[in-house]
Design a protein around this ligand. Structure first.
Ligand code: ADP
Length: 483
């Protein structure tokens, strides 16, 4: 248990299957990344628990799909309201297991709840179609049907929002779900299950199993009952799942890695660009899939932008996320720290200059100093791999053609950002960027009302918005003849 938790019933360490808390045969430690100390021993689920959860979800599907959209909406909306009513407790649990500053965690609770509210509303608007028939005495009716049991696999960087972004539309569509949260942040997902139960989500409709990731994943992929996999995480694991989905031809939605460019043109409002840059780059200590990985700044404004950026970065406060005023928490684990260190060392060896930061933070553990590096170029590892840490690497460019080519020179295409005022340039660049999402004079693109997702190796499908609901439907067409 963590200090300050108001509603201690939110603290759960068992799997949640068929509306029951199921202790496993063994447990594993969930660690506070700020201290490196264990927070809780959580049931280690594997194939057996996953099969139980899939069986429960299959049984529940038969009745959940028959409920009216209004009935599902009422339950899902109540779930979102309960999240907001427990905002601080959920945020406390999240900061403890994930490390993000408490204020950011509170923000994530609101963002996560917004997916439940939005999809509760959308559940009632899943309209079908009537198509003029090609012959007399016939009608063509198109309906949308829930795909079935959904297997959801989520990452540690948004322990609540990545869950509700899948569970909201899935349950709204009439699907049931087996969720495997990241083994590093299961406590938030289990707290969410407590609230699901309170909200009236029936047993088996939402199940949570955490533990042995490959065993749970393999069991999900082998299951014929699971008709869809929705995954958010690394491109490496996404490719594994996509291959495995072929055997039973499951639908797949994949939200994978990114390598976001952030372009500052010479007509940009530099102060606005710095504000957007800070929000996009340093949120969650640089550990979001839409975080900027490469800053491209036009030569004539390069030095002015960099000076303002460094000043803003120096204003960040690195601390335990529960400390008042903290803006940068720890990295999630040692492997994350090693990757950031390797990218910075590689950049320095290849001619980059560190203007601030560039080292592990004096707090030790996995804390790292917010860093700005100039003189970045395409030969550096950070140009091609997602750093996933608080490192702003700045590339200099001269022409629009050159920067579009460089920005698109990546296997990824999740989000891109640029700052410019010229209307012709805004349209040209917005259309030329190979990216599922583009922030134009905006550093944050995530919202429940818009389609989130990537192109190229950043993924398949969209989450949030009306497009996100369609991912959980099959389209059925009925030709009625003999009328
Ligand atoms: P990250 O590098 O962000 O941790 P991962 O892709 O490793 O990204 O993790 C995202 C999610 O995928 C987590 O829930 C993790 O447990 C899960 N995962 C990792 N390996 C597998 C696997 N072989 N099968 C299924 N899920 C997996």
């Amino acid at each position: 248990m963590i200090p300050g938790l108001g509603d201690t019933t939110l603290w759960r360490t068992s799997s949640y299957i068929d509306g029951e808390w199921v202790a496993g045969e063994s447990t594993y430690a969930v660690v506070d990344p700020a201290s490196g100390q264990p927070l809780a021993q959580v049931a280690r689920a594997g194939a057996r628990e996953t099969l139980q959860a899939v069986a429960a979800a299959s049984r529940a599907f038969g009745t959940w799909r028959e409920t009216t959209a209004a009935e599902r909406a009422a339950v899902i909306r109540r779930w979102g309201e309960l999240m907001l009513a427990h905002r601080d407790d959920l945020a406390r649990i999240m900061t403890a297991e994930q490390g993000k500053p408490f204020a950011e965690a509170q923000g994530e609770v609101g963002y996560a709840a917004s997916f439940l509210t939005w999809f509760a509303e959308e559940a009632r608007r899943a309209y079908g179609d009537i198509i003029p028939a090609p012959k007399q005495g016939a009608r063509i009716v198109v309906t949308k049907e829930p795909v079935g049991v959904v297997g959801a696999i989520t990452p540690w960087n948004f322990p609540l929002a990545m869950v509700t972004r899948k569970a909201g539309p899935a349950l709204a569509a009439g699907c049931t779900m087996v969720l495997k949260p990241s083994e590093e942040t299961p406590l938030s997902a289990l707290a969410l299950a407590v609230l699901a139960k309170q909200a009236g989500v029936p047993p088996g409709v939402f199940n949570v199993v955490s533990g042995d990731a490959p065993a749970i994943g393999d069991t999900m992929m082998a299951s014929k009952a699971i008709r869809k996999i929705s995954f958010t995480g690394s491109t490496r694991v996404g490719k594994l799942l996509m291959r495995a989905a072929a055997d039973s031809v499951k639908k797949v939605s994949l939200e994978l890695g990114g390598n976001a460019p952030f372009i500052v043109f010479d007509d940009a409002d530099l102060d606005a660009a710095v504000t957007g840059a800070m929000a996009s780059k340093f949120r969650n200590t640089g550990q979001t899939c839409v975080c900027v990985n490469r800053f491209f700044v036009q030569s004539s404004v390069h030095d002015a932008f960099v000076e303002k950026l460094v000043q803003a970065v120096r204003g960040l406060k690195v601390a335990n996320g529960m400390e008042p005023g903290a803006t940068q928490g720890p990295l999630i684990n040692r492997a994350a720290l090693r990757k950031v260190e390797a990218h910075v060392a590689d950049a320095c060896e290849k001619g980059g200059t560190v203007l601030c930061g560039g080292r592990p933070h004096a707090l030790g553990g996995t804390f790292y100093e917010p860093t700005v590096i100039v003189g970045a170029h395409g030969g550096m590892a950070l140009a091609h791999e997602e750093t996933f840490g608080p490192v702003a690497a700045v590339f200099r460019f001269d022409t629009e053609e050159e920067v579009i080519q460089a920005a698109n020179d990546t296997d990824y295409g999740l989000s891109a950002y640029f700052y410019a005022r010229d209307i012709g340039r805004v349209w040209r660049v917005g259309q030329a960027l190979e990216s599922g999402m583009v922030g134009i004079n905006e550093g944050i693109v995530s919202t429940e009302v818009a389609p989130f997702g990537g192109v190229k190796e950043s993924g398949l499908g969209r989450e949030g918005s009306k497009y996100g609901l369609d991912e959980y439907f099959e389209v059925k067409y009925m030709m009625m003849g003999g009328l």
